[in-house]
Write a protein that binds this ligand. Sequence first.
Ligand code: PXG
Length: 446
Amino acid sequence: MAELFHETGASGWANSSAYWMPYTARNGFNRDPRMIKGARGCYFISDDDRQIFDGLSGLWCCGFGHNRAEIAEAVNRQLQVLDYSPAFQYGHPSVFKLADRLTQIAPASLNHVFFTNSGSESADTSLKLARAYWRMRGQPSKTRYIGRIKGYHGVNFAGTSLGGIGANRRLFGHLADADHLPHTLRVEDAFTRGQPQGGEELADHLEQLVMLHDASNIAAVIVEPMSGSAGVIVPPSAYLARLRALCDKHDILLIFDEVITGFARTGGAFGADTFGVIPDMMNLAKALTNGVIPMGAVLTNDEIYDAFVDEQQPDHMIGMPHGYTYSGHPVACAAALAALDIFEQDDMVGRAQRMAPLLEETLHQLKGLPYITDIRNVGMAGALQIAPRDADPLVRPYELGVRCFAEGLYVRWGGDTLQFAPPLTCTSNDLERMGDVLKKVFRTLK
Ligand code: PXG
């Protein structure tokens, strides 16, 4: 069977239902399969040998470009030395080295790293740590979590509960003790370049949730510094600082989900740097290994770490009963260390800052084309918001995304938006070409 598919190419594969595709509209895919067989630099190679510009760095993860030889070599070397090492009760050199290097580039107070395998596991881990922290501190009633409408924290129980994109939640019911802040997308900010102003009042909504639930029952607030999956919703300038102040006032932990915003996507090393607010915990994944090997991480401050790791504890006692078989997997560590070398040696922060104005111009020059109701951007991330057709907000973004692929551009469609996060290594020519494709597909859209 496999051989038959191999011979029949993309359409043969696509009609097999053996593979249950994640987050995929299967009928549309079957009708028009989008198969990728290779990648190099900022481009994918399609099944029919076309060069496709990677307008979203894979799924926001391959920011340093594809098939980096340095990462491939590091992975290969590691595989020949230590393919796996037990994560519990034993250590290996790469995982200590990686944690050390991550804490060096992270905001100053985030000194400890708990490794996971994905952004979804980072969400679960940080939220479990928050509850356990309050229990260790003698406040066991602090169990409730606050997320934000339009937020995305992956698809495990915690992320599904704390996320705020309705379509991701509707089949699953209530999975955790969660409530939500309002989102930060304001109609009056439409077509703002970079960060809109103000926004304290949006954070102030936390006061109402505290009034409702009481701070003695709230463990943590989790937000993306910039909402990625909901279509690059950039925080207004005063919003995150106000949220930080209110969390401090009410003794609530603040978790930044930096799975997308980490590693220079928004222009600073992390969203915390770009927006100047430091959380108590920071979730990472995706670009941590440049997307090459699955890996995630939760960084915490001393206060949280010290609640679990105490010199007075007897030798056999485990402070935090949590971890994954593949936490700090040696091969993922090798990929991450090589990706960090690239991040530093190729000055990805500087690169993102230099390219950001070009991406901003590429997207904002589209203002006035039919059906574009908002254009948003920060750093090397951006989104176009698209008007619904016949009250269906999803159909035009889908059609646009499919047509872009046919024209040599991979973009992400999600909800009523098209999303952009090209590799930080892209050139002005790449972005110009992306702009030309977008103009072409919008001009012929119904
Ligand atoms: N947090 C955030 C902020 C994310 O963006 C996750 C957690 C979950 O990560 P994992 O590794 O478990 O998938 C994510 C993932 C998109 C898109 O097109 C975004 C994600 C994944 C797939 C597509 O916006 N984000």
